[in-house]
Design a protein around this ligand. Structure first.
Ligand code: SF4
Ligand code: SF4
Length: 448
């Protein structure tokens, strides 16, 4: 990477610079995790309607076999068995989302093979956009950056919109997370194939990969693999949180804004994460379903932190045992420390959207007492979308949730947590905003 790229000032206003804590895992090669004795595959791992099981209790299934079909006439994706084994049950199980969700439980066969079932080769170059989108749906692929939005649906662009650029998000701006870092180093060819598939699916003119300028080694590897036709380019952006948020990345790379509550397609963009592209590039040409993913396992009191290739459905307990968790008490977070979700049950399985398991010593996560707002305006200076977190926080304290939504753009808040991070009074602003949004949603449902 050239010096100019290294000091890239392509950026967005505001944001924060938390410590990175990435060195422990970013330099280690990805390791394949052994199969857990029991795998739990929730039918709802994606945004949209749950998949419909097509297997029954006692049935033997092969690794890679389709076990749940997408719900008809709805946003939905299929689910494939991540191990060979016997369906033990289909019942409610703990999930990362909080409430229990219906899941297919598979008792792993001791002879489960690494190589999964596939439908055989298919040449995306000879397929049109509709055929590609349908083939992407069959893989069960969703956004692996955490949102879980079905990838095929992202490619279904309304006829009146014209996508000129595919933006590939390689920022991974949250502290501790290094999954995308390793994907870009270890699966660069599959990622390039995935990007070409995405360009063809949305009929774009080009793709730009945006990478934070702290990933110098990654930039060099990708530069070496860029095709000669200039269809794909790579750009460094400033290392800053939340650079990986779609709105921020687009602002940094292209200097334009995705409209408030609007979609990237409204300004001619389709945005995908690097890990999603790498999976698309390896699954679609083989007609294979998504059965595993790379996750970062890191934090306090782990003997073997690292990036692991984990079968979807592996319970957290198995992963932590493998990574050598030695602590007695810890807070478990699925995702990064800024936007991840705390989980209480070790039975919770890894799903398609799980990018990391973060183990934090409970003492480190204990917050100091909340103090009154001192009107320092640090939260205003941190908010990347120019909201007024201080005022929103005061309204939340008075339970004026309707005013927060109507007059203070609460729904534009994407819960990045920058405001809470900088607040010297320890006011848990982002938690207030999450609660306010949930209560507003409930109110709207009740009012029809
Ligand atoms: S959590 Fe919401 S209000 Fe706070 S900084 Fe992020 S976008 Fe702004
Ligand atoms: S950062 Fe905290 S103390 Fe400062 S204005 Fe915002 S809410 Fe108030």
């Amino acid at each position: 990477m050239g010096l100019l790229q290294l000091f890239s000032k392509k950026t967005f206003p505001h944001g924060i610079h938390p410590p990175e804590y990435k060195d422990e895992t970013s330099r280690k090669k990805t390791i394949r995790l052994a199969f857990a004795p029991e795998i739990v595959l929730p039918l709802s791992q994606h945004i949209g309607a749950p998949a419909i099981p097509i297997v029954h209790k006692g049935q033997f299934v092969e690794r890679g076999e389709l076990i749940a079909e997408p719900a008809e006439n709805a946003l939905s994706v299929p689910i494939h068995a991540s191990v060979s084994g016997t369906v033990k049950d289909i019942e409610l199980m703990p999930s990362a989302k909080g409430p229990k969700v219906k899941s297919i439980i598979i008792t792993t066969s001791p002879s489960s093979p690494q190589i999964p079932l596939t439908g055989g080769p298919q040449d995306y170059l000879s397929m049109d956009s509709t055929q590609i989108i349908s083939a992407v749906k069959e893989t069960g692929l969703v956004g692996l950056g955490g949102a879980g939005f079905p990838s095929y649906a992202k490619m279904m662009v309304p006829k009146e919109r014209n996508i000129h650029t595919v933006v590939i998000n390689g920022c991974e701006c949250e502290p501790f997370l290094t999954t995308d870092h390793r994907v870009m180093l270890e699966k660069v060819d599959a990622m390039m194939t995935g990007i070409n598939i995405a360009i063809k699916a949305v009929n774009a003119d080009k793709a730009i990969i945006g990478i934070e300028n702290n990933k110098r080694e990654v930039m060099d590897v990708i530069r070496d693999r860029l095709p000669d036709d200039n269809l794909i380019s790579v750009e460094a952006v400033e290392t800053k949180y939340p650079q990986g948020a779609e709105k921020m990345l687009v602002k940094s790379l292209l200097g334009v804004e995705i409209p408030s509550r609007g979609l990237p397609s409204e300004i001619g963009l389709a945005i995908f994460n690097v890990a999603t592209m790498a999976e698309m590039g390896s699954l679609l040409p083989n007609r294979q379903g998504l059965i595993e993913r790379i996750i970062t396992v890191t934090g306090d009191e782990l003997e073997r932190p690292g990036n692991y290739i984990v079968p979807i459905g592996t319970p957290l307990k198995y992963i932590l045992d493998f990574a050598g968790f030695t602590g007695a008490e810890a807070e478990l977070i699925l995702g990064g420390p800024m936007m991840g979700l705390p989980v209480s049950s070790l039975e919770t399985p890894v799903t398609k959207g799980t990018g990391a398991v973060l183990v934090l010593d409970k003492r480190a996560t204990k917050r100091d007492d909340i103090q009154p707002c001192i009107k320092c305006s640090m939260c205003l200076q941190a908010c990347p979308i120019n909201l007024n977190p201080s005022e929103l926080g005061q309204l939340a304290a008075k339970r004026r949730y309707d005013v927060m939504e109507k007059d203070y753009h609460l729904n534009d808040c994407f819960e990045c947590g920058c405001c809470s991070y900088v607040c010297p009074s320890n006011i848990p602003l982002v938690q207030y905003f999450r609660i306010a949004k949930a209560l507003n949603r409930e109110r709207h449902i009740q009012n029809g």
